[in-house]
Design a protein around this ligand. Structure first.
Ligand code: SAH
Ligand code: SF4
Length: 415
């Protein structure tokens, strides 16, 4: 279904530019980041290699790119030496530019990143004792405007491309030094599969919980996650990836079928009145419709539960009655569910406050006593505005009118 159906949702809605899988570059070279093997092969053929050569080189380059994290063709040692300059003249392997990297006192790291065409977005790494979670963005800004979310106060600038999405994971591996180190020319007998597993790694999990609504950028998110999950690519298990949606019901089935990752749903309220207010997409896809789609989510089971995210807003959605209603709804749809209670993270001008710790505890107990796990998420990286819902980049600084003026000026200059 076309995303233009979104137009009836109140709030700022911006046009979504057509997705491009190759970022245009001023020097005429093509960026291979984010391309699957067959697209790389096509490009090699178009650049003059015969089909057999193109297929072989694409396989090699793909491996270096996604499995090894190599960005310089000169380092691709199993490719003929004479071939390497040919590649360098025509292609590049990019990464998002790092504008700023920040460290929180709790070990959380946040990177401010920039696309080749100058849009800023954010990525967060959250280390824990037994895992390390990378929180990545799918869009610059968001078309939706959940009232408690800082990103929701930005307009959508554009969808991120597959290269910009997978590029976040690759940049994190660069910065954590976590690419497999062994040789790949068959001479290194000592290289074992252990080097490719996540054991002992810092970055073990990925959550699509940064800026943007991933299911409104479905194709690019799917294509990026395929590279992340491919055993010959980044080789991260789909069980370690979680996609969070505010409830784009028509895309949930395809998410399960075509991506197959764990699902998290931003429920946040149990009545139409409150959810309409705080998660406005509810006016389009209501609670019951959403929960029915969750019940039908491909791959959900007691072993792979759906996470229901619930932000704790003082006096808004945090009563005992709300907790009981949450339990009733989850039972009604027989959902393999766990509830994640998120203390509201404040941002300047936010219209809500966080529920008290006692209130959150009580809410958690009610859900827990009904046999549903309901842990309270510890806020991470609040001191660097890296916690849930605090991400927002300077793209907001231009108003819509300013951007229209800029665009008009560009047209005048071009003319
Ligand atoms: N757009 C997707 C994923 C990004 S947000 C979605 O909405 O699901 C990741 C989670 O953080 C969502 O559950 C979101 O509702 C929640 N969140 C947003 N703003 C928040 C805030 N200020 N405090 C706590 N959680 C917040
Ligand atoms: Fe967008 Fe998610 Fe924020 Fe809602 S909570 S505005 S869907 S990023």
């Amino acid at each position: 279904m076309a995303d233009t159906a979104l137009m009836s949702i109140p709030g700022q809605v911006d046009p979504i530019p057509a997705p491009r899988d190759i970022t245009p570059r001023a020097d005429g070279r093509s960026d291979l980041m984010g391309l699957p093997k067959d697209r790389i092969r096509d490009l090699f053929e178009q650049a003059g290699l015969d089909p057999k050569q193109a297929k072989l080189r694409a396989k090699q380059v793909y491996h270096w790119l996604y499995h090894r994290g190599v960005t310089d063709f000169a380092e691709m040692t199993d490719i003929a030496k004479s071939m390497r300059p040919w590649l360098t003249e025509r292609f590049v392997v990019g990464r998002p530019d790092v504008v700023e990297a920040q460290h929180s006192s709790d070990g959380t790291r946040k990177w401010l990143l920039r696309t080749a065409d100058g849009h800023d977005f954010e990525m967060v790494f959250i280390p824990d004792a037994d895992r390390g979670t990378l929180c990545i963005s799918s869009q610059v800004g968001c078309t939706l405007n959940c009232r408690f979310c800082h990103t929701g106060t930005m307009r959508l600038v554009r969808n991120l491309t597959p290269g910009e999405i997978v590029g976040q994971v690759m940049l994190a591996r660069d910065s954590l030094g976590e690419w497999p180190k062994g040789r790949m020319d068959g001479l290194d007998e000592a290289e074992t599969s252990a080097q490719y597993s996540s054991d002992g790694r810092l970055l073990t999990n990925i959550v699509l919980m940064g800026m943007g609504e991933p299911l409104y950028n479905f194709d690019n998110v799917r294509d990026a996650m395929r590279l992340v999950m491919d055993g010959e690519g980044l080789a991260l298990s789909k069980r370690r990836i979680t996609l969070s949606t505010s409830g784009v019901v028509p895309m949930m089935d395809r998410c399960g079928e075509e991506i197959g990752v764990n699902l998290a749903v931003s429920l946040h309220a149990v009545t139409k009145e409150v959810r309409d207010e705080i998660v406005p997409i509810n006016r389009k896809y209501g609670i019951e419709e959403l929960l029915a789609a969750c019940a039908a989510y491909p791959g959900a089971s007691n072993a792979r539960r759906i996470t229901f995210e619930y932000v704790m807003l003082d006096g808004k959605n945090d009563s005992d009655a709300d907790a009981h209603e949450l339990v009733r709804l989850l039972r009604k749809y027989d959902l393999p569910a766990k509830v994640n209670l998120i203390p509201f993270n404040p941002w300047p001008g936010a219209p809500y406050e966080c529920s008290s710790p006692e209130r959150i505890r009580r809410f958690s107990d009610i859900v827990f006593e009904a046999g549903i796990s309901a842990p309270v998420r510890t806020p991470r990286g609040r001191d660097i505005d890296a916690a849930c819902g605090q991400l927002k980049t300077s793209a907001q600084k231009k108003t819509r009118a300013e951007r229209d003026r800029d665009a008009a000026a560009e047209v005048v200059e071009a003319g």
